[in-house]
Design a protein around this ligand. Structure first.
Ligand code: BG6
Ligand code: BG6
Ligand code: GLC
Ligand code: GLC
Length: 889
């Protein structure tokens, strides 16, 4: 049993390898040292406060406590506690009875302390190996030490205890944290000494925990900061790694234990076993005639008759020898002086080996800490607890000395946890309860964005009402949803042909296109070029804007080698225009990011013509002005004649559809159909959906170019979703719930969350780390927790947008179904826009919502691959044909 320093260094190296094995994802399942993540991420910082309950189960004593932590001035903790017995029929009986018993003790404690009607958070110190996926859950891997209750292994002990507590109707307790005793010890000591980053128990059992770098913990996502790892070093050697140092006495002890083959390291070290080891050795010596003149008492034959407290007493300086005589006599032996000295010697050897082994494993942990920190010298504190360490007279000294010899480059302070592990458990619970309160605040914000089915149905029905308002002569002028006639009356029939120019202005990109339509084959060839429109032009004068557009057309013609060609042109202009014919469109008002002066109330076609004239370089035949929704519907309608709706979920939000002429009171004639550009973005401008607008929506509105306008658009489209997210993040940060409470300059910057970033952040395929990287690219320095919250915020905002789109779309398809008197409507919707195209969940949620709200409509969403320029060209082709026909007439 004597271990040389060389052997100890060897054991230390083996334990280092074991830790590595336990931490690795692939190696963990077969590792005997389990290295369990504890989800305790930081040592106390002194800001903890509140009143907590605490249970301490698994050591030599079971305690219930009330802990009062206050941060006023000095760190201050007050505890009241009560011990309860743990009869063996309870700890080795039925699992449910064990938890009922624990809950009974808790209820009794609360009653005597007058806490019955207080709602209190509870921290559970549970000193057994548990696999945790969060702080408030732990699956018991196996019982150790004296416990062996049936039906508990493999289950979550927190829910077992919660269930038992619920049976007591008069107490209200919420278990917020499950901690191992080592963790509690480390936290207790860290409250007084911030250098403390290791916790060691040498008591009934033995174990250690320490703060590991997240980047080394494969089993937990994220690599920021540190997390406490419960090593469960007691199981070291269970795979045979320590066979060379185990003795025949260790094997005999193991065979007689509750868990043979398990916790082999613990069985050489901890209090539950030290006395028994001594007994087994003495018995063997007696049998060999080496002690007590070969006499053996029946007590010496009895398991458990020598306990650790006896070992400690026998090794006591001065009284040790007298104690030994007394103890041996009590065991029914008649020891000589020489016997007593020999027995003392045996005790020393057994307990010294224990300290040596602990020192070797602890030295491995300290080395790991030092290497993690890349330090030549480590200064650290180890929190200590457990009866062996506390009552054995020589143990602490020996342990400290060996550790210092094994790791000379570590300056270690050993700090005894005077108040057990519960003070630390209360700290963990305090942090957990703060996190829980914060979570509640976050949930409250997110809940504002959750719409019930009833709310969505309400939106649908209000939208429907607005449609009718906009279509009727009497109400049209006051209507917020303008329902603008487009003078597009039919779908292309495939006979269109020719070469056309198209402009596509108002989405993310400004494009000039050349579209060649070949008749018969429904095939189209397109050439296009994207041009930038600088912000100062978007918001400058109308003349500047149109001069710029004409400049771009000139560049394009040049680029295509078409200089001087006089082609018919279709103008996709994605803003609300009042039309009196296909080639006339008066801008009602700018939306989205445009605000050029002298345009509102003017005919956009005229303004374009004048700009062409001003340039005096080429002439163009402007045949049609179309909204992007209409262009999109046409693009898709060219392939699917069932397509009678156009939808944009992009920078802006809008929808158009084919309406019966008889319903359009603003236009003469009752025959056939005409496309209506609803301009539904303005839905709600009369306040009709204010009940679902949040304070964040209002903030975004106030900061926009057109306050009070386009309220529905501002809750649904790409240009605003990111802004809503930004407003929420600012608010959460102000509340101290994000970014450590620091609002960075970047977060103050309008428009940082473009639709593409939202879409990336919400992608399911992304790991948290990648989300963090995207946020970092945006200049937001976030932790992993921050990233989770940001992702949730994005999700809530985009989900609401998709649902609102769904409600709007449901309103129009239901209207079409009813207007046509159909039992069932089958219809295709042409869709375009970056939000729809890039967002990972938008289209699915949109589709689901429509299905839910308009169950009698079979709605197919068809993505417009070619943009609305193609549709604009088709409309131009049709218009051109009609023009020609009129002329010929
Ligand atoms: C106590 C702690 O002080 O020590 C317990 O509060 C811990 O959580 C115990 O389990 C370990 O020592 P022992 O000797 O009681 O097992
Ligand atoms: C494009 C269309 O594909 O999508 C444009 O060609 C339309 O006409 C645009 O305005 C809408 O999406 P976004 O996201 O660019 O505004
Ligand atoms: C046993 C338990 C462990 C505990 C230790 C000290 O080893 O498995 O969880 O920390 O005893 O009580
Ligand atoms: C805005 C415009 C509308 C356009 C939509 C999508 O809502 O007012 O005309 O269709 O954005 O681009």
């Amino acid at each position: 049993m004597r271990l040389s320093d060389e052997t100890l260094l060897d054991i230390m190296a083996r334990f280092q390898a074991e830790m590595q094995k336990g931490l690795g994802k692939d190696t963990n399942p077969t590792a005997s040292v389990k290295m369990l993540p504890t989800f305790v991420r930081a040592i106390p910082d002194g800001s903890e406060n509140g009143e907590f309950l605490s249970l301490d189960l698994g050591g030599s004593k079971f305690r219930v406590l009330k802990v009062q932590v206050s941060e006023e001035g000095k760190r201050n903790v007050q505890m009241e506690s009560q011990f309860y017995p743990t009869p063996s029929e309870i700890i080795r009986g039925n699992g449910s009875e064990l938890f009922d018993y624990v809950a009974d003790c808790l209820a009794d404690f609360m009653k005597t302390k007058g806490l019955k009607h207080k709602k209190l958070p509870l921290g559970l110190t549970f000193s057994f190996p548990c696999r945790q996926t969060k702080l408030e859950e732990g699956i018991l891997l196996s019982w150790t030490k004296k416990f062996k209750a049936r039906g508990v292994q493999g289950t979550d002990v927190v829910s077992c205890l919660t269930k038992a507590i619920r049976k007591h109707k008069d107490i209200d307790v919420d278990i917020l944290a499950l901690v191992n005793d080592t963790v509690g010890t480390m936290m207790t000591c860290a409250y007084d000494d911030p250098y403390c980053e290791v916790g060691v128990i040498i008591g009934t059992g033995t174990n250690a925990c320490y703060m590991e770098d997240m980047s080394n913990i494969d089993l937990v996502e994220g690599d920021e900061g540190r997390m406490c790892i419960n090593t469960e070093w007691g199981a070291f050697g269970d795979d045979g790694a320590l066979e060379d140092i185990r003795t025949e006495f260790d094997r005999e002890l193991d065979l007689g234990s509750l868990n043979p083959g398990k916790q082999l390291f613990e069985k050489m070290i901890s209090g539950l076993y030290l006395g028994e080891l001594v007994r087994i050795i003495l018995l063997k010596m007696a049998k060999a005639g080496l002690l007590f003149s070969g006499e053996k008492s029946s007590a010496l034959h009895t398991k458990g008759k020598i306990e650790t407290r006896h070992v400690a007493a026998m090794e006591k300086y001065k009284e040790g020898l007298a104690n030994t005589r007394e103890i041996l006599t009590d065991l029914g032996l008649e020891p000589s002086e020489a016997d007593c000295i020999a027995v003392q010697h045996v005790c020393t050897i057994v307990s010294f080996r224990s300290a040596n082994l602990c020192a070797a494993a602890l030295a491995a942990i300290l080395t790991r800490l030092r290497e993690n920190k890349k330090l030549a010298r480590l200064r650290t504190t180890v929190g200590m607890d457990g009866t062996v360490y506390k009552i054995h007279p020589q143990y602490p000294k020996r342990l400290h000395k060996v550790v210092r010899r094994l790791v000379p480059n570590c300056d270690v302070r050993f700090l005894l946890s005077e108040s057990g592990s519960t003070k630390g458990a209360a700290m963990v619970t305090a942090v957990a309860s703060r996190v829980q309160a914060q979570r509640k605040q976050i949930d409250e914000v997110l809940a504002l964005f959750r719409l019930t089915r009833e709310q969505l149905m309400d939106v649908q029905s209000k939208m429907r009402t607005e449609f009718e308002y906009g279509l009727k002569k009497d109400t049209h002028l006051m209507a917020t949803v303008k329902m603008l006639p487009t003078y597009v009356c039919g779908m292309p029939d495939g006979t269109e042909k020719g070469k056309f120019l198209a402009l596509d202005l108002g989405g993310t990109n400004f494009r000039v296109l050349l579209v060649k339509i070949r008749s018969g084959r429904r095939s189209v060839r397109m050439y296009n070029k994207i041009f930038a429109i600088p912000l100062e032009i978007m918001q400058g004068t109308g003349e500047e804007l149109f001069d710029h557009i004409v400049q771009c057309i000139a560049d394009f013609l040049d680029y295509m080698g078409l200089k001087g060609a006089q082609l018919p042109l279709g103008f996709t202009f994605s803003f609300p225009c009042r039309q009196t014919s296909i080639d006339k469109g008066t801008l009602i008002e700018w939306t989205k990011g445009f605000k050029a002066t002298d345009c509102e109330g003017e005919d956009m076609v005229d303004m374009l013509r004048e700009a062409i004239k001003r340039r005096n370089e080429f002439d163009l035949d402007i045949v049609a002005v179309v909204n992007d929704t209409v262009g999109t519907m046409m693009t898709c309608g060219y392939e699917d004649p069932n397509c009678e709706i156009g939808l944009i979920a992009g920078t802006g939000s809008n929808m158009c559809y084919m309406e019966e002429m008889r319903n359009i009171e603003l236009v003469e004639g009752d025959e056939g159909k005409m496309c209506i550009n609803t301009e539904w973005g303005a839905f709600g401008d009369n306040g009709c959906i204010d009940d679902i607008r949040t304070r964040y929506d209002k903030k975004v509105d106030e900061g926009s170019l057109n306050p009070g306008k386009q309220r529905y658009e501002k809750m649904t489209s790409g240009m605003y979703l990111g802004e809503i997210v930004r407003q929420i993040l600012i608010d959460l940060t102000k509340q101290g719930l994000l970014f450590r409470g620091q609002i960075s300059e970047r977060l103050r910057t309008r428009g940082i969350f473009e639709t593409k970033f939202l879409s990336q952040i919400e992608s399911d395929r992304l790991a948290l780390l990648q989300v963090r990287r995207i946020l970092q690219q945006l200049g937001l320095d976030s932790t992993c927790e921050d990233s989770i919250v940001v992702k949730e915020v994005c999700g809530a905002v985009s989900r609401r947008a998709a649902q609102l789109y769904g409600a709007g779309l449901a309103a129009v398809v239901e209207k079409r179904r009813q207007d046509q008197g159909l039992e069932y409507l089958k219809i295709t919707v042409g869709v375009d826009g970056t939000l729809y195209k890039l967002h990972p969940h938008f289209s699915r949620i949109l589709q689901e919502t429509v299905k839910e709200l308009a169950p009698r409509c079979d709605v197919t969403l068809m993505l417009s691959e070619d943009g609305s320029g193609k549709g604009a060209a088709l409309i131009t082709a049709v218009a051109k044909r009609l023009q020609q026909a009129q002329k010929e007439d």
